[in-house]
Design a protein around this ligand. Structure first.
Ligand SMILES: [Zn+2]
Length: 317
C-alpha cells in the first residue's frame, strides 16, 4: 500500500468497512478516531477533545458511510478521547473499569479552569495556550461510559467480532486497544503516538513495551494510533525503541544521583528528532523515577506542565 503513511485531515478509508479520522499534526489534543462498520452497524473508537472537533468528525464519518453508530469505545481516560461522547446519541459507551473511574475525575471544567488561569501563569500559561488554546472546553459534551470491563470484551458489529483488549496501565491507568481480526485492523489509542513523543502519565513502562510487542504480534495491516498517521509494524517498533531508550537513559541518571528534571533535560533525543512535542521527556522521566523508587519526584499536573514549558522554551531558544 504505497500511500500508507499519507497524513491528511479527515476520513481515511482503510478498506473492509474500517475507517480512521485523522487530525494532523497529531500534537496536543489532536487525536484520531476509528470506525468499524458491517451490515449498517458501526462501532466508534473515541470522540474528540471538544464539541466542535467531535461534530466535525461525526459529520465526516456520516458522509463516508450510512452505518449507524450503536457502540462507542473510549480507549482511555484523557479528554481528547472522550469529551465529545454525549454527541453520539443512543450509543452504548464502553471503557475499561480503570479508565471509567478516572474519567469521573478528569472533566472539561478542570481544563477550562486551567485555561482561565493561564494568563497569570507566565511561561507555563503560555505553554498551556500552545497545547490547548485551540479547544473550547465550555462546549465539551462529555458523558461517562455506561459499560465497563476488565481484561477483554468482545462486541459484535454486524457479523464482525471486535475485540477490546485492556493493555494498561501504561500511557494511563486503564488503556485499551480495539482489534478487528477479520479486517486485520487495530485501533491502539495512545499506546501509539506516531511521529510524536509518547507521554507516560502512568507506566510502568514495561507494560507499555509489552503492549507494543502484543500489537506487533497481531500482524495487522492497518494500525491506527491515537495520534499521528496510520502506521505499520515499523511504526510500533519505533515507539518501543523510544520507550526502552528513555528508560535506560533515565536509569543511568537515576543511579548517578541526578534529579529528574536535570535528567530529562540531559537525555539526547536526536534519534527521534523528527517527532513533535519532545518536551514530554520531562513527564516520562518523572514517571520512570517514581518507578525506580524516588518518592519525592513531583506528580502533579502544575509542576509537570511547568517542566515541559521550560524544555519547550529551551528548544525554541
Ligand atoms: Zn490522546
Amino acid at each position: 500500500m504505497p500511500d500508507l503513511h499519507r497524513y491528511e485531515p479527515g476520513v481515511r478509508d482503510l478498506g473492509r468497512g474500517c475507517f480512521a479520522y485523522l487530525q494532523p499534526d497529531g500534537g496536543w489534543g489532536l487525536s484520531n478516531s476509528g470506525l468499524v462498520t458491517d451490515h449498517g452497524e458501526a462501532l466508534l473508537v473515541d470522540t474528540m477533545f471538544d464539541g466542535p472537533h467531535t461534530r466535525a468528525m461525526l459529520d465526516a464519518f456520516r458522509r463516508a458511510t450510512p452505518a449507524k453508530i450503536g457502540t462507542l469505545v473510549n480507549t482511555h481516560q484523557n479528554g481528547d478521547h472522550w469529551f465529545g461522547n454525549a454527541l453520539v446519541e443512543n450509543a452504548e459507551i464502553i471503557a475499561t473499569e480503570r479508565a471509567a473511574s478516572a474519567m469521573a475525575h478528569e472533566t472539561p471544567a478542570m481544563l477550562e479552569g486551567f485555561m482561565k488561569a493561564a494568563p497569570g501563569l507566565g511561561l507555563t500559561g503560555e505553554y498551556l495556550v500552545h497545547c490547548f488554546g485551540r479547544f473550547d472546553f465550555a462546549d465539551a459534551p462529555h458523558k461517562l461510559p455506561g459499560t465497563t470491563f476488565s481484561g477483554r470484551l468482545t462486541k459484535r458489529v454486524g457479523n464482525k467480532a471486535v475485540e477490546l483488549i485492556e493493555v494498561g496501565p501504561a500511557h494511563t491507568g486503564g488503556d485499551a486497544i480495539v482489534w478487528v481480526e477479520s479486517d486485520r485492523t487495530v485501533f491502539t489509542g495512545d499506546i501509539l503516538f506516531i511521529d510524536g513523543h509518547p507521554i507516560v502519565w502512568a507506566g510502568p513502562v514495561g507494560n507499555w513495551i509489552a503492549a507494543c510487542e502484543m500489537i506487533e504480534a497481531l500482524d495487522a495491516e492497518s494500525i491506527v494510533p491515537g495520534h499521528g498517521p496510520v502506521t505499520d509494524g515499523r511504526g510500533v517498533e519505533r515507539v518501543r525503541e523510544y520507550l526502552s531508550y528513555v528508560r535506560d537513559e533515565a536509569r543511568k541518571r537515576f543511579d548517578a544521583g541526578l534529579g529528574a528534571f536535570e535528567a530529562a533535560r540531559s537525555i539526547a533525543l536526536d534519534d527521534f528528532a523528527g517527532w513533535g512535542d519532545a518536551e514530554r521527556i520531562a513527564v516520562n522521566v518523572a514517571t520512570l523515577y517514581r518507578e525506580f523508587g524516588d518518592e519525592h519526584v513531583p506528580g502533579d499536573a502544575a509542576t509537570l506542565f511547568g517542566w515541559m514549558a521550560q524544555l519547550w522554551k529551551d528548544r525554541r531558544a
